[in-house]
Design a protein around this ligand. Structure first.
Ligand SMILES: C[S@@+](CC[C@H](N)C(=O)[O-])C[C@H]1O[C@@H](n2cnc3c(N)ncnc32)[C@H](O)[C@@H]1O
Length: 353
């Protein structure tokens, strides 16, 4: 497609990239300064003066933002010079996925991304220094500024939440007594399991900062005594995963690690389970998406890992993760693609007999 562009079209595309950070912030302002809202609420559109009056902003401020909005197809003008929202503008104003992605890009990524080149060259998340001096974002997650934390968690949860209900049905088709939720984070999956099944026991394995947050949340629940905790840093190869699980669950977890680190983690999962256990990997693989927008978002998310999270991980292709699983000694007994209304694929593994 790109190759069939005329030179004039291609030069325009190149300028969109050159000015992308500026137009991104303009889109944020159009939304957060309520310009999109006041336009949306006026059924027949509004003139510049009317928007100025309704928002209380300066004529100059509204004008530069709306001119930017015209350029990026967020607003359009009719013959009477009234502004209305385009479909793009409506998505920016009120589509939840767009909101979650924009807040994540603005609050978590924007400030650090001028260090992307350094991250690539040095193999470190060089952008993370805008928030603190941790080796990866996961050590600092619970200490991030509130707005950044909120946008990080909303981004994380938005994608996995839709996959969980169907995943529960798939996991509990097997007899399940003891689940290890590796990288369990705030405990959403663990709580969902306890609510789904009255007897199941869960052990959450994660870094101490995340486990403390999860413990506080879980303690309010009647089933709190069915969830236990195991502090672990899986980047330290010496730290073993305890034995005892009949089900191991890793959701949006392996994408936090490089290929070598994933092999080391899978090896330790392999050592921890017996031949009857099932190991589940839930991931939004970039190659297995229904819409081009999803693939675009996932490839963009890889760069967040590069610059802000850890400097060496990414969103993976399903075949890469399957190969790593098989190379560790597992067989992929089932693949459930795009489960529920989600972007996720569930891989079900078992030790090769
Ligand atoms: C992207 S979150 C996934 C959260 C959750 N499983 C979900 O599906 O929404 C990744 C989780 O992996 C944990 N994690 C990252 N690095 C880790 C490490 N080195 N050792 C143990 N856990 C780690 C993080 O603390 C975080 O809770």
């Amino acid at each position: 497609m790109a190759n069939r562009m005329s030179a004039i079209e291609a030069k325009y595309e190149a300028q969109k990239i050159a000015f992308a950070p500026i137009f991104f912030q303009a889109a944020v302002c159009l939304k957060e300064l309520n310009i999109l809202d006041v336009i949306a609420k006026a059924r027949r559109g509004l003139t510049l003066d009317e928007i100025v009056e309704k928002t209380g902003l300066s004529n100059y401020g509204v004008q530069v933002l709306l001119e930017a909005g015209l350029c990026i197809n967020m607003v359009e003008q009719d013959e009477e010079e009234k502004y209305t929202l385009t479909t793009v503008g409506r998505f920016i104003r009120s589509d939840r996925m767009t909101e979650v992605n924009m807040n994540f890009a603005k609050d978590v990524c924007y400030g650090g991304f001028e260090h992307l080149k350094e991250s690539i060259v040095e193999g470190k998340p060089a952008g993370l220094k805008v928030f603190g001096n941790w080796p990866t974002i996961y050590e600092g997650l619970s200490k991030l500024p509130d707005q950044v934390k909120q946008s990080w968690f909303e981004f994380d949860h938005f994608y996995s939440d839709d996959a969980f209900p169907h995943a529960l049905e798939l996991v509990f088709k097997e007899p399940v007594k003891q689940i290890y939720d590796i990288g369990g984070n705030t405990g959403k999956w663990s709580r969902a399991c306890c609510e789904y099944n009255e007897e199941v026991q869960i052990k959450m394995l994660d870094l101490p900062g995340q486990l403390n947050v999860a413990k506080a949340k879980n303690s309010k629940e009647a089933y709190a005594d069915r969830i236990s905790y195991f502090e672990i840093n899986l980047l330290d190869e010496v730290q073993a995963i305890p034995k005892g699980a009949d089900t191991v669950w890793m959701s949006q977890f392996l994408d936090c690690f490089s290929a070598d680190e994933i092999m080391s983690i899978l090896k330790r999962v392999y050592d921890a389970v017996d031949e009857q256990a099932f190991v589940y990997i839930l991931e939004p693989f970039w190659n297995n998406q229904r819409f081009p927008a999803s693939e675009f978002c996932l490839v963009g998310t890889s760069l967040y890992f590069t610059c802000m999270a850890n400097g060496n991980s990414k969103m993976y292709h399903s075949e890469e993760v399957k190969k790593m699983s098989v190379d560790t000694g597992f067989e992929v007994v089932d693949t459930f693609e795009l489960i529920g209304d989600s972007y996720h694929t569930l891989l079900k593994l078992r030790k090769k007999s």
